[in-house]
Design a protein around this ligand. Structure first.
Ligand code: HEM
Ligand SMILES: *[C@@H]1O[C@H](CO)[C@@H](O)[C@H](O)[C@H]1NC(C)=O
Ligand SMILES: *[C@@H]1O[C@H](CO)[C@@H](O)[C@H](O)[C@H]1NC(C)=O
Length: 485
């Protein structure tokens, strides 16, 4: 086994190998159960387990022999501090495609930093704004699709439509390609389901990355017709899109404004440092990292707002007032959205109470060891923080952390609260897609609220959800009425 960067848990590997030789199935089963019992990804509600664990045992909890989970905002600051040598654990290494780690899955810090440098500009707000026409076309498609449900008493699965929307936006932004989720109002080729399955696997086997080689990355798979690895739909599409741009002389057509084109342009001047493999994996990774996350956040927003009638009413009034004052365009523009302070607080509060990542975010302590929240821990210790826990720190957010209450963003110390929000992660691994996510959410959510009166079909009913990596939600069903302007 090639170990790059941090040493993996060698003793576990050694023990496991002996067992595997003796009894493959038994060993695997046993290992999964033991680690899963400790870590709880398999029950799909790691975030609730982590909240409960910290409530019961305090701000520092040992969750596995070599793993510690932290609840305090100070600990998170130490763990995410840039340049302190904390890096991603092998947890991330099982995410596909194995042969082409992207910014998200790359566990070698130097390689991650190199890739990220070439991707920062293509992902910047300025570049995302250039794709505004494509994003707006997708918004208009969504609005048309929602209109079909207005009027009667038709049950509209708003959650699904938002999920389709998030995918279609990424198709446009990454490849200038219409995936067609909204067009057909289906999960195209089962892609959403497919990514969800992949994430279940990642969430569980990621806890025991040593076992990945037995399953998804089993070297004998290509030789077994019934178990041949099939690329996911989205992987196939990404391969197709790159192929389309290949020219007769072997170079790539890098004209255009989409993410792939810009990455290709960066590749041209830096072929040795930024390979075609890197270009592919980053464009491909955008679909995986950006779809469920954005969809989940928008679903949480509506779930929180619609279950709080007073909040919803105030939101409608804010939008109506801005509309009456002539401050909103036909399609909501980003700067217009930023002026709607109540809306901003509503969205932020949704991201606080239901952040889109439900698992702990893992890092390894550098070899020399490090202090976390004043306490020393030896090198190699795996540390985890969970946004659902961090966003419930009472000393930062107030006593009523379990309540969805956008008012807190006006009453409390907003600067302090902002500095302890981790919905986009932190430090050198801060979400590179947040500009796109904020850009599209700021526009789309207000657009929907302005055009429709929305009522939950099942007020008060919790959304069904499970956290594999992202919190995947189901059951946001609504009735829609077109609003008069
Ligand atoms: C509201 C939507 C989103 C949320 C809540 C979100 C959340 C996160 C979080 C928490 C991380 C850190 C993960 C970690 O350290 O383990 C992250 C990283 C990342 N996200 Fe997002 N994300 C969102 C949208 C997007 C979009 C739209 C894209 C791409 C188009 C994207 C691409 C990435 C990438 C590439 C990384 C890895 C960054 C790194 O490790 O340097 N995300 N995201
Ligand atoms: C969604 O809207 C688009 C654009 O108006 C339309 O072409 C498509 O047929 C609609 N989808 C469905 C399933 O009605
Ligand atoms: C909307 O976009 C603005 C501009 O980046 C951002 O500051 C704000 O946080 C976004 N809204 C929310 C609540 O995320």
């Amino acid at each position: 086994m090639v170990v790059i960067g941090q040493e993996s848990d060698k003793s576990l590997v050694a023990v496991a190998l002996v067992f595997i030789k003796a009894n493959f199935v038994f060993a695997l089963f046993g290992a999964v159960i033991v680690r899963a019992l400790l870590k709880n990804t398999y029950n799909g509600h790691t975030e609730l387990d982590h909240i409960a664990l910290h409530q019961k045992y305090g701000p520092v909890v040992r969750t596995a022999p070599n793993e510690v989970s932290f609840a305090s905002p100070n600990a998170a600051k130490d763990i995410f501090a840039v340049g302190k040598g904390f890096h991603k654990t092998w947890f991330y290494s099982v995410f596909p495609p194995k042969h082409a780690p992207d910014i998200f899955t790359e566990v070698r810090e130097w390689k991650h930093a190199q890739m990220k440098r070439f991707a920062v500009t293509p992902y910047s707000l300025a570049q995302m704004s250039k794709r505004n026409p494509q994003i707006e076309a997708t918004i208009m498609t969504l609005m048309g699709n929602l209109t079909k449900y207005a009027g009667g008493k038709q049950n509209c699965n708003l959650g699904n439509l938002l999920h389709y929307f998030a995918f279609d936006v990424l198709g446009e932004v990454a490849f200038s390609r219409r995936f067609g989720f909204l067009e057909q109002e289906v999960d195209v080729e089962g892609s959403i389901k497919n990514i969800d399955d992949v994430q279940w696997y990642d969430g569980i086997v990621g806890q025991i990355p040593e076992f990945d080689i037995l399953f998804r990355n089993n070297p004998i798979r290509p030789y077994l017709p019934f178990w041949k690895p099939e690329p996911t739909t989205m992987t196939r599409i990404a391969v197709e899109e790159l192929e389309k741009r290949k020219q007769a002389d072997g170079t790539y057509d890098s004209t255009g404004i989409d993410l792939l084109a810009e990455l290709l342009r960066n590749h041209e001047g830096n072929k040795d440092k930024f390979s075609i493999n890197d270009v592919f994996s980053i464009a491909h990774g955008a679909i995986f990292a950006g779809s469920d996350s954005t969809a989940s956040t928008m679903q949480s927003f509506f779930y929180c707002v619609l279950n709080n009638p007073a909040v919803y009413k105030k939101l409608q009034k804010e939008i109506d007032d801005a509309q009456a004052a002539g401050e909103l365009s036909e399609i909501i523009q980003y700067p217009e959205a930023m002026k709607l302070e109540w809306f901003q607080a509503c969205l932020k509060e949704a991201m606080r109470i239901r952040p889109a990542v439900g698992l702990g975010i893992y890092r390894v302590i550098p070899p020399e060891g490090a202090k976390i929240d004043g306490q020393f821990y030896p090198g190699g210790t795996e540390v985890a923080v969970n946004g659902w826990v961090l966003h419930r720190a009472k000393d930062v957010f107030g006593e009523d952390v379990e309540t969805y209450r956008p008012e807190r963003w006006f009453e409390g110390d907003a600067k302090l609260m902002n500095s302890h929000m981790y919905q986009f992660g932190g430090g050198s691994h801060l979400c590179i897609g947040r500009n796109l996510a904020l850009f599209e959410m700021n526009k789309t959510l207000i657009q929907i609220l302005r055009e429709f009166d929305i009522k939950l079909v099942h007020p008060g009913r919790p959304l069904e959800y499970h956290s594999t990596f992202f919190v995947v939600q189901e059951g946001l069903e609504v009735y829609l009425e077109k609003r008069a302007r």
